[in-house]
Design a protein around this ligand. Structure first.
Ligand SMILES: [Zn+2]
Length: 141
C-alpha cells in the first residue's frame, strides 16, 4: 500500500488518472475557520470547516467523536440537573426536564458508539477508499 501513488490507480469507471485517496482529498479540500456565535441565550465559539461541494459529499473517516460528545453533553446536563435540583427551590420541574434530556443524550451517545473492532474495520476500509476527481466515483483498493 505504501508503495502505491496516485498515478498507480486509474478510475475504474471513467479511466481518469486524476484519482486520490479519500483522506488526502478531504485534507486538501477542507479549510478551517474559527467563528464565534452569539444568540440571545448564549455565546459560543466553534471551528467551522468549509469545503467544496465535492469534498462535502465525501464520507468522513469513521470515529466515535460524535458519540463521546453526546455522552459528554449528557454528563454535563445531568450534573446541571443535580445542581439545580439541590440548590434551587421550586425548580424541580426544570431540573427533571434537563435530567431527562441529558439522560437521552447520554443513552444516545452510548448507543451511537461503535465497538472498537467494528470501528477499526470501518476506518481501515475508509483508509483504502479512493476517489476520482473527474467523475466522483469512489472505490476501495
Ligand atoms: Zn472517474
Amino acid at each position: 500500500m505504501a508503495t502505491k501513488t496516485a498515478e498507480n490507480f486509474k478510475c475504474p469507471k471513467c479511466g481518469s488518472g486524476r484519482t486520490k485517496p479519500l483522506s488526502i482529498a478531504i485534507a486538501g479540500g477542507t479549510r478551517r475557520r474559527n467563528t464565534v456565535g452569539i444568540s440571545r441565550r448564549s455565546m459560543w465559539g466553534s471551528t467551522s470547516t468549509y469545503k467544496s461541494d465535492l469534498i462535502a459529499g465525501l464520507p468522513q473517516r469513521p470515529s466515535n467523536g460524535g458519540a463521546y460528545f453526546l455522552m459528554f453533553l449528557g454528563g454535563c446536563g445531568l450534573l446541571l440537573a443535580l445542581f439545580v435540583a439541590s440548590n434551587e427551590k421550586g425548580a424541580e420541574g426544570f431540573a427533571a426536564g434537563v435530567g431527562v434530556v441529558s439522560l437521552l443524550l447520554l443513552v444516545g451517545g452510548i448507543g451511537a458508539k461503535k465497538r472498537p473492532d467494528l470501528l477499526a474495520t470501518a476506518q481501515a476500509s475508509w483508509d483504502k477508499r479512493w476517489m476520482c476527481a473527474r467523475c466522483g466515483h469512489q472505490w476501495e483498493t
